[in-house]
Write a protein that binds this ligand. Structure first.
Ligand code: D41
Length: 673
């Protein structure tokens, strides 16, 4: 690049960064993901360091942290609030650890490992045990006085416990908004037509910098202490972890997951553990902070520019990234639902490469206004399916194209129908449609249905296209010669598959009912139907009222079941299944489920980590319990997993017994005799 075009690129970057700074710090409404912002900033920093003659005092690189606004009094930090260096990989962490050990000339380091809360840093000054001032970090040297809003955060003690130092004690930590509070706040704001927040961190920052503490009080903020600034007297112990313990004794909230570990291996183990726990934590974290525990060692290491050499942040892979929409087309599901899907230029986000994301339905696609050619923010958090969060409007090319939903099924050309008031468009082709046949067979072979190992997606595609499989019963007509004649299918795997199909013939009524693909009949409803009726014939004959008597079956589900068994083709498929040797035990109807939990009404809420909620429900019902979706005075017990919300609150209000996963395990063990 010529000096001229470098100058130009630098100007463009500065301009873009300034705009994003404004969006972020002034409007609290960032338009691009952090990862993209970081890239712009890094590119600018790199260009400026290669061309120091082009650096200007106004460049965004010359300002660390946010803009200090005039709305608030400014606070000069007596001890600067340092920033944190970053590492992005195991290797970079090992390098960090090696540098620390070499500087100190020791073999191993004791570290404090802390989840890195995604909020905003806050300094709390206590004098005589009373909160006298709260300030944001600002640029590290000067922050804003936010005492008025910090005082309304319930987790911030206004007075410390007895025994806390009487001189000055400056506590530093992170203000954050718990996920549940964030979601609830946004939901309320949206309903009231007010401004919503893009993420919990922005919500925390925006709330802290509210002028009106009454408004701030309505937003659920919390706080964890993670270090100290000014401390009078000799209160301070000799290490970081001991300090956090003293802070906790003084009544300050300290993150319960913080852990003291030995060496870099301990750090990595903690990182892995928190990666697993991340989704179940009640607040957002974006990485792990490692700190050399010993203060003597910290002093010896000192700091470079504004970051300590004795601490670093190990960032999780970004959960939001930018990419462009290469195309939009539709997918046809098992029940004919036509779903628009965005084909993306591959993007690495949340630890995986994403190339397709569902747009759910036409209304959703229009609401987000996603068009072919658009630049979009893609998010993948934990194990959640990736989604398009929003379009970046400034980056829409002039030739961006709207996608119109097809009026004919792209697979079978049958008309597509969208029922008034329903969000989904459906192919009306039924089992004429190869796409629906494929999905129906996939579902039939899946683990919770007939569980046919080895009958994978590609194979099903081939077999349906060759018209070898026209319905689910045809699966049981497959033989070794037919399979072995297919592409990429060896005699041996053909043999294995035929054996798996043979095994699958011996099944249960529940699996059959689930697998056969009746609309709205999931695992749990299939289990209820099987238990209630005992025999398939009884279900085929049951009328609408008889079906509605089954626990959890309402008028809509009952009508889908009725429609399914009123269809001659479906009955013919079931007859073929039987003829081909598929069988299941006939049982007596179990209407009044009796067992050790008979008479108990149990509510499951929150995230269960040891068992899926749907499975727990089935297991509890099998023990005679009634599992209900809402808490009332009639509830005998509430099992609350992580992130339990309003149901837990209600249970506590009504004085209903509440148990955790241990209690659930205890109940389920009643069934294991
Ligand atoms: O949870 C956090 N976000 C967090 C941030 C933490 N657990 N510890 C931190 N420690 C520091 C030092 C090492 C400088 C005392 C931090 C931060 N700093 C920090 N937060 C924002 C800028 C720096």
């Amino acid at each position: 690049m010529s000096e001229d075009s470098i100058q130009q690129r630098i100007e463009t970057l500065r301009h873009q960064i300034e705009q994003h700074n404004h969006q972020y710090y002034v409007l609290d409404a960032p338009k691009i993901p952090d990862a993209e912002y970081d890239r712009l900033m890094r590119e600018l920093t790199k260009l400026e360091s290669e061309h120091p003659e082009l650096v200007t005092a106004e460049s965004p690189t010359q300002r660390v942290g946010g803009a200090v606004e005039e709305r608030f009094d400014s606070v000069r930090h007596e001890l600067p609030m340092l920033s944190l260096g970053n590492v992005f990989s195991e290797q970079e962490l090992r390098d960090f650890d090696r540098r620390v050990r070499e500087r100190l000339d020791v073999d191993t380091i004791v570290y404090s490992c802390e989840p890195k809360l995604d909020g905003v840093a806050l300094s709390l000054l206590y004098e005589g045990g009373r909160l006298v001032r709260a300030a944001t970090r600002g640029d590290g040297q000067t922050g804003e006085d936010v005492t008025h809003t910090a005082r309304v955060i319930p987790a911030v003690p206004l007075r410390l416990m007895d025994g806390a130092p009487q001189g000055r004690l400056e506590v530093r930590g992170e203000v954050y908004m718990p996920k549940a509070g964030f979601a609830a706040y946004n939901k309320r704001a949206e309903a009231a037509g007010e401004k919503t927040f893009v993420n919990p961190r922005n919500a925390a920052a925006g709330t802290l910098r509210q002028l009106d503490p009454q408004l701030a009080a309505k937003r659920p903020l919390a706080f964890f202490a993670y270090s100290v600034g000014v401390v009078d007297g000799d209160w301070l112990p000799s290490g970081h972890v001991a300090t956090l313990e003293l802070l906790a004794e003084a009544g300050l909230p300290v993150c319960p997951h913080n852990q003291r570990v030995d060496g870099v291996e301990g750090c990595l183990a903690f990182y892995a553990e928190m990666t697993d726990k991340r989704d179940t934590l009640p607040y957002e974290i974006d990485g792990i902070v490692y700190k050399v525990d010993d203060y003597e060692q910290q002093r010896e290491l000192g700091f470079v520019s504004k970051a300590p050499r004795w601490a670093t942040a190990h960032k999780f892979p970004a959960q939001e990234e930018l990419t462009t929409v290469a195309d939009i087309d539709v997918q046809v599901g098992r029940t004919g639902a036509i779903t628009p899907v965005a084909r993306l230029n591959p993007v690495f986000v949340g630890g995986v490469t994403v190339t397709n994301v569902t747009l759910h339905n036409e209304d959703e696609m229009r609401r987000k206004d996603v068009r072919i050619g658009d630049t979009v923010i893609v998010r993948r958090a934990g194990d959640v399916i990736p989604e398009i969060v929003a379009v970046v409007p400034d980056r829409r090319p002039i030739d961006a194209r709207l996608f119109t939903m097809p009026s004919q099924c792209p697979v079978c050309q049958s008309p597509v129908e969208r029922v008034e008031g329903e969000a989904v468009a459906r192919c009306t082709g039924g089992l004429i449609c190869a796409a629906q046949r494929k999905e129906a067979i996939r579902h039939f072979a899946s683990r919770k249905a007939l569980d046919i190992e080895g009958l994978g997606d590609k194979l099903i595609d081939q077999l349906v296209e060759a018209e070898t499989l026209n319905n689910v019963a045809d699966v049981f007509r497959l033989d070794v010669p037919t399979l072995a004649a297919l592409d990429r299918m060896a005699e041996k795997s053909a043999g294995n598959l035929v054996a798996a199909i043979e095994t699958a013939k011996s099944t249960t009524l529940q699996r059959l009912l689930y697998g056969i693909g009746i609309r709205e009949v999931g695992e749990s409803t299939a289990a209820n139907l099987a238990r209630w009726f005992g025999r398939l014939e009884a279900i085929v004959e049951a009328d609408q009222d008889a079906l509605e008597a089954v626990p959890d079956v309402g008028p809509i589900v009952a009508s889908h079941i009725r429609a399914f068994f009123d269809n001659e083709d479906n009955l013919a498929v079931i007859a073929s299944l039987r003829e081909l040797g598929v069988h299941w035990p006939q049982k007596k109807p179990q209407r009044t489920q009796t067992g050790p939990l008979t008479g108990q009404t149990i509510v499951l809420t929150g995230t269960l980590t040891s068992i899926k909620r749907s499975e727990a429900k089935i297991a509890l019902e099998a023990l005679g319990a009634k599992v209900s979706g809402s808490v009332s005075k009639a509830t005998s017990l509430v099992i609350a997993g992580e992130k339990a919300g309003s149901k837990l609150t209600k249970a506590t209000e009504l004085g209903v017994e509440v148990g955790g996963e241990e209690k659930l395990a205890e109940l389920l063990s009643l069934g294991k005799t």
